[in-house]
Design a protein around this ligand. Sequence first.
Ligand code: PMP
Length: 448
Amino acid sequence: MKDSNFLKENNGRVFWHPMTSPEDSIKNPPKIITASNGVRISDIDGHEVVDAVGGLWNVNLGYSCAPVKDAIAAQLERLPYYSTFRGSSNDAAIELAFELGEFFAPDGVTRAFFTSGGSDSVETALRLARQYHKLRGDSGRVKFLSLKKGYHGTHFGGASVNGNANFRTAYEPLMPGCHHIPAPYTYRNPFNESDPEKLAHLCVAALEDEIAFQGAGTIAAMIMEPILGAGGVIPPHKSFAPMVADVCKRNGILLITDEVITAYGRTGAWSGARLWGIKPDMMCTAKAITNGYFPFGALMIGEQMQEVFENNPAAKIGHGYTYSGHPVGAAAALACLAETKRLNVVDNAAARGDQLYQGCLALQEKYDIIGDVRGGHGLMTAIEMVSDRATKAPIDAASAMKVQEVAYQSGAMVRVSGPNLILSPPLVLTEADATAILDALDAGFAAL
Ligand code: PMP
């Protein structure tokens, strides 16, 4: 490793970071993480903290998961790469497709199309949705619906269904035919509705209204996160997803759940679809599929689409990635799935998630700066910070950064996204780790 001065100087000089302005990388240099142990990470100056971000919602099993590391090393030795394009396959990818089919059978999605990450899984879902309708002779169905505040990655398709201007404006014009529905975001919504159940009904009515306005026969699919993640951890009322699924079904619209964050246990259920008791037509997964150790994703596909694509010579999938079914990623995913099941991480995610959520609610009692606390479904929690509780005026960026920095110095890496502090730690968190995160946050808020 190069020395610390070299790394600090060149990080801002030659390295453009995602979701960051190059100028900001110089003015506010990031933490340079160089080592890890369990759920802890250490920076270049030797400061160790609990990683309350869980990498980027993906390191569910922590940083010391030997079975995944060993599987990667063994696969690299035996077969470091082979393509799965027409005419070839590899054993790890086949085995993984089988295992994922079993794992997601309760969600009704039992076929796998492999990708290199979340954005790729979303892109694949949008494309296959259009192709599905064309194969059925319903080629007018080309539009997409999604939720405002939703996040679906950064390819042009995903950006077009994204519901946050931050990820859209600079790259417009985006794909035509993408329309956005109000999110079931109780703290702020255009209906001024503070009852989550009533809000769920209002949002579904808006969905039905948009479908009628566009014409059901023009819409290919609706994509949504079961719990909105990057948009600030927005869990809908439990009635919301089933109502959306019902509206989609009645209107011949495919339902895609974007579970890049929610699949594999984060919500305290094995998938977001299972959390809400719905059966999507496609499910986008990535991130925790390999515990973040290898870039990989899987789009899971349900029965209705299987019937149209399988045993059909016209159904050629003209889409795929060099790294679709990468054997090292597949080996990592197989080991990760086995370990995820062996440790039964859903139960710990639910228990520790409850501890964190209750702890954040207690902090809200103590600090006026906390406008809203959202969570209650596994290890996905957000604290929305305000400068004035009565008006809900968002906190200024400098104050938000200060909370983050003091929390870091006090023992926890937390992530600030706009006014939100997002907590998505590994699912193998202990009670003491969760307490350490809450203590660090307490110190961060106290500093203001
Ligand atoms: N969809 C959702 C719901 C996500 O949270 C993310 C990533 N945060 C993506 C898609 C994109 O995944 P990736 O960054 O791996 O391309």
